[in-house]
Write a protein that binds this ligand. Structure first.
Ligand SMILES: [Zn+2]
Length: 259
């Protein structure tokens, strides 16, 4: 009797926590990928603006691909509620920029002397990563293979973002090692939101279209308002378009294979 109770408890624990731990582990690995972003900076005194422009374009393409994957995942299409949720996702990004006073902040400056610039860029990256965390949580609910695929897309996207962030932090005097650690730290919100979204939608599946719509709206807005404009500022229009489209195309093709 006692034995079987212990067995029951064990099976309950495993069923309840194993998927959450999987999401936690995958999201943490994706966050860790941001640290690889410092690799192009090693041995240089400063990142080049061309590198930042291309990194932003690559991040933009991968993010558009991830948004596309979330849109097509349901063969019945997205319910109308997702459109409202997408607007909430856009408003989330707008509101956070407004609240911390960074609406028109140039996120690529390598010659900035304002001592608050580094904090603002870190904060922006953290809030931006939180929206991606919702995308990871939603994708993991859909299925583990699809979730794994979206995690990989966002993990790869975190690398060029890590390059941009750590180049800015290095230009403000941070050591490369510290810049790498801060690039990971900026994605802690991504990990937390991935786990929270997964747990909430597991408990209340009716929230799924809301969470999916929110993530799609926030991701596309971030691409339009942050990643692409930063890319266009640093490198030619053709380079930005080609890098972003090829990256997006690869995610789109792989989405078909993962579903
Ligand atoms: Zn991102």
């Amino acid at each position: 009797m006692v034995f079987s109770t212990v067995m029951d408890l064990q099976s309950i624990d495993t069923n309840a926590f194993a998927p959450v731990l999987t999401v936690l582990g995958y999201a943490a690995i994706a966050a860790g990928f941001a640290s690889f972003g410092v690799l192009p900076l090693i041995g240089r005194r400063q990142g080049s603006s061309v590198l930042l422009g291309l990194a932003n374009s690559l991040a933009a393409g991968l993010m558009l691909g991830a948004a596309y994957a979330l849109m097509v995942v349901d063969p019945d299409g997205l319910p109308p509620v997702s459109a409202i949720a997408a607007m909430l996702g856009i408003m989330y990004v707008l509101f956070t920029h407004w609240a911390i006073g960074t609406t028109e902040l140039d996120l690529n400056r390598l010659d900035e002397t304002d001592p608050t610039y580094g904090y603002k860029v870190l904060l922006i990256n953290t809030l931006h990563g939180a929206a991606e965390g919702v995308a990871i949580g939603v994708a993991m609910i859909v299925s583990i293979p699809f979730g794994t695929f979206v995690v990989v897309a966002i993990a790869v996207h975190n690398i060029p973002e890590g390059t941009v962030l750590s180049a800015i932090l290095a230009s403000l005097g941070a050591r490369i090692r510290d810049a790498a650690a801060l690039a990971i730290a900026a994605n802690i919100g991504q990990v937390l939101l991935a786990v929270a979204t997964f747990a909430i939608v597991s408990a209340a599946p009716e929230v799924l279209p809301w969470a999916a719509g929110f993530a799609i709206g926030a991701l596309i807005y971030l691409v339009m308002a942050e990643l692409l404009p930063e890319g266009y500022r640093e490198v030619g229009h053709t380079s930005v378009a080609l890098v972003a489209i090829v990256a997006m195309g690869m995610v789109v093709v792989l989405t078909g294979l993962s579903l």
